[in-house]
Design a protein around this ligand. Structure first.
Ligand code: CTP
Length: 212
């Protein structure tokens, strides 16, 4: 399959030197890219800013903001048979990023934020993507309920849910533990292991869903 994978965090500019971002390291998405390539898939990696080495054999497009990631996915999705959205896209971005560095003057500074566009939600609607769609659900509570709601709301075939409140897995960690929910009602628990091994389980689930 030709697989497009989004990975890493996005950065939303406040001014030329400051931004809003999150703790995503990109490791889960990069592990997926590396393992997908190892299994013979063609990989297109759309990545936010990360501090890890790019996986070999994958085509990589670097982006910064949620809007740039949205535009890159829209431009590149044509011809892909599967899309995996593992990126931790910022949900809100500053409405008026400043051209000059904000000087320290007033005691309080209020930033006005507006919702970014949801890339995963645009896949079935705006982008008319017909292939296999895999979303991630980063949750701190009600994993199952929230994951299933994201699956329905965003038209996914699979949703990979992870508990981001645990410090021994997920953000910034080499390890992850997930539940892979299928639109057919299936549920696969993947216990704590290296992200490269979690990636193998996710890819196996994708390959079997694509074969159906
Ligand atoms: N996502 C996206 N574009 C956004 C926000 C999220 O493509 N602007 C994708 C993520 O890559 C992930 C899925 O949507 O695959 C779910 O992301 P998550 O942060 O768990 O949930 P949200 O939909 O943002 O909702 P909430 O933060 O309220 O849980």
């Amino acid at each position: 399959m030709r697989i497009l994978i989004t990975a890493g965090p996005t950065r939303e500019a406040i001014d030329p030197v400051r931004y809003i971002s999150n703790r995503s390291s990109g490791r889960m998405g990069y592990a997926l890219a590396a393992q997908a390539h190892a299994r013979g898939h063609e990989v297109l990696l759309v990545s936010g800013p990360v501090g890890i080495v790019s996986p070999e054999g994958c085509e990589k497009v670097a982006v910064e903001s949620a809007q740039e990631m949205f535009d890159a996915v829209e431009r590149l999705v044509d011809g892909c048979e599967a899309v995996v959205m593992s990126a931790a896209v910022a949900d809100y971005a500053p409405v008026h990023p400043q051209r000059q560095k904000i000087k320290k003057s007033a005691d309080d500074l209020v930033l006005e934020l507006a919702k970014t566009r949801d890339i995963l939600a645009a896949m079935r609607g705006e982008f008319k993507f017909k292939g296999l769609l895999v979303g991630f659900a980063a949750e701190t509570e009600n994993m199952r309920g929230n994951a299933l709601e994201k699956m329905r709301g965003k038209g996914c075939d699979l949703v990979v849910a992870n508990d981001v409140s645990r410090s021994d897995i997920g953000f910034d960690s080499e390890y992850n533990a997930v539940i892979i929910f299928g639109a057919d009602g299936s549920e696969q628990i993947v216990s704590r292991q290296l992200k490269q091994d979690v990636a193998i389980s996710i890819l196996a689930a994708m390959e079997s869903a694509a074969a159906k």
